[in-house]
Design a protein around this ligand. Structure first.
Ligand code: HEM
Length: 294
């Protein structure tokens, strides 16, 4: 829901919102999609226009305004960058069309806790500790990045951009099993790349990020990675040596091994497998598919 603190913010929001059709046409090569939703109400294509939902478009643009502190130029330039990145990377394809390495899929889990505290209801789990002996997966960083962005986009589908209490996500990195003192350079490269993509292209979506089972001996790695992360994002990070304390923060997670309230399901049982693209994303993916065949 769009709730503006003052009339200055209101003005900036309205100005940006009214510029969207032109920006898309003139500066984004006509690319008109953000997180599966259509933003341009002035589309000449009537079929595509049927997917436009003003309230969602407003909520997404409002998020960008908030991310860039209602600074008009910042909002516009970042909007253009995000749309260009989406048109090149095709995150919808990474999420809903491409198949990813099975070993990677096993470490990414999407959980939904409808009864959880506001904005702690959609959680992306990354069991990266499981990958410590699978360094080959980091060799082809593009494949890893496409997998990770696919997971991110599927996670976004569990959010509701019209709900103030469910339009941010939480992420957990479980590093159980990680013990080496030197970090592999392929891991570092991949990590750096993903952090940069998240920062640039998914602003104002992260509520909190927990790093659990981080051995005290590896805290230094945190200091290295921190250098790539902006200050606002850093404030959302919590590092826990003992993974069973996670339940103190993320109350609805599995009791074993994370100390949460869910005594019935393991984390893998919580995994939400059925995540469907929005109707508009489906339309775009089908259109791309038909163009590829032509
Ligand atoms: C981010 C993997 C060890 C802290 C990331 C990312 C990956 C990754 C792929 C990109 C962001 C994402 O996927 O959400 C790994 C692997 C590790 C490892 C495979 C060892 C086998 C560690 C350790 C720490 C750490 C020991 C210490 C706390 C971080 C931090 C980020 C990060 C702070 C930035 C998160 C963000 O900006 O959202 N890691 N990591 N990592 N990792 Fe690790």
């Amino acid at each position: 829901m769009v709730s503006l603190a003052n009339s200055e913010e209101q003005k900036v929001f309205e100005r940006v919102f009214s510029q969207i059709p032109r920006l898309i046409k003139d500066q984004c090569n006509g690319y008109d999609e953000l997180y599966g939703y259509k933003l341009n109400p002035d589309d000449e294509d009537a079929t595509a226009l049927a997917f436009y939902k003003k309230d969602i478009a407003e909520a997404l643009i409002f998020k960008l305004c908030k991310a860039y502190k209602f600074q008009h130029e910042e909002i516009v330039s970042n909007f253009v960058k995000i749309m260009k990145w989406r048109s090149e990377f095709n995150p919808l394809s990474a999420a809903f069309l491409e198949s990813h390495n099975k070993e990677l899929q096993e470490v990414g889990i999407l959980a939904s806790y409808p009864g959880g505290e506001p904005n702690n209801r959609v959680v992306t789990w990354n069991l990266y500790g499981h990958l410590v002996k699978k360094k080959h997966l980091f060799k082809d960083s593009e494949k890893f990045v496409r997998y990770r962005i696919g997971l991110m986009e599927r996670g976004l589908r569990l959010l509701d951009f019209l709900d103030d209490e469910n339009n941010y996500m939480t992420q957990v990195h479980d590093y159980k099993g990680v013990s080496m003192l030197r970090m592999d350079s392929d891991i570092k490269k991949c990590t750096k790349q993903i952090i940069a993509i998240f920062q640039q292209n998914y602003p104002e979506l992260l509520f909190a990020k927990y790093f659990v089972n981080v051995p005290t001996l590896l805290q230094w790695f945190y200091d290295i990675v921190k250098a790539f992360v902006d200050k606002e994002t850093m404030k959302k990070f919590v590092v826990l040596n003992d993974g069973s304390r996670l339940g103190n923060y993320l109350h609805h997670c599995p009791k074993i091994p994370y100390g949460g309230l869910d005594v019935k399901n393991t984390l893998h049982e919580e995994n939400v497998h059925e995540v469907r693209p929005t109707e508009y994303a489906l339309y775009l993916l089908e259109k791309q598919n038909n163009e590829d065949i032509d």
